[in-house]
Design a binder for this molecule. Structure first.
Ligand SMILES: C[S@@+](CC[C@H](N)C(=O)[O-])C[C@H]1O[C@@H](n2cnc3c(N)ncnc32)[C@H](O)[C@@H]1O
Length: 207
């Protein structure tokens, strides 16, 4: 695998500019509504945080956040959010999923349209780290890319069939698992989208 220099410009800038002002992901909104009353220890991880819309929403909801992205531009934007939330705990890490050493234990792990960008050679180890970091009762919230997506021919990204995606989530309670497949816009024009929208909960010991 070709490892990317986290500081090298990559084309994500246009994505950040486009998404910076959008409302937070409805998937994360639904997860927060469900989880917030249940947990006292509000530690979240935002994997591939991008421009930080969801990191900001988590901080606003009283969560401590570790925000991770390979792009320095993203980390700079997210670090700047700190000024709006004095006293909250926000840790930022400019890191690639492929070389993550350790993730902190968390009650909520959000991965908005991000973890399929992990190289397939590293995905299994990375996913094991994500699962290991999820505390009992905690939620994983995010998207996986399906194998019928137009981008599925890209060998540097990770795609799953529905049964493979469900396999990754085995042992977690599926609060939401939706396959979305349609032709629709992307920043590079219309494409065929195929992805799985997931909210999955690690069972608590007493459950
Ligand atoms: C499609 S954007 C999503 C950003 C944000 N979560 C959102 O929903 O707006 C994907 C993000 O994942 C980051 N990313 C892609 N590949 C990565 C990798 N291998 N390691 C770490 N971050 C990566 C990109 O830099 C980008 O910020």
């Amino acid at each position: 695998m070709q490892s990317r220099d986290p500081g090298r410009p990559s084309g994500w800038g246009a994505y950040y500019a486009h998404h910076r002002e959008r409302p937070i992901s409805s998937l994360l909104g639904a997860a927060l509504e469900r989880l917030s009353p249940q947990v006292n220890w509000r530690q979240a991880i935002d994997l591939g945080c991008g421009s930080g819309n969801e990191t900001r929403a988590l901080l606003a909801a009283g969560w401590d956040v570790v925000a991770i992205d390979q792009e320095l531009a993203a980390i700079e934007m997210v670090s700047a959010i700190r000024a709006d939330f004095p006293g909250v705990c926000l840790e930022t890490r400019a890191q690639q999923f492929e070389s993550l050493a350790i993730l902190p234990a968390a009650s909520l792990i959000h991965a908005g349209m991000s973890i399929p960008f992990c190289h397939p050679q590293h995905f299994e180890k990375f996913w094991a780290q994500v699962r290991a970091a999820l505390l009992p009762g905690g939620l994983f919230v995010g998207q996986l890319f399906g194998n019928r997506d137009d981008w599925a021919g890209d060998p540097s990204r990770t795609f799953h069939s529905e049964s493979q995606a469900r396999g990754l989530l085995q042992g977690l309670d599926l609060i939401r698992f939706e396959a979305h497949e349609y032709d629709g816009p992307s920043l590079r024009g219309t494409k065929h989208w195929h992805r799985f929208e997931v909210i999955a909960q690690r069972p608590a010991p007493h459950a």
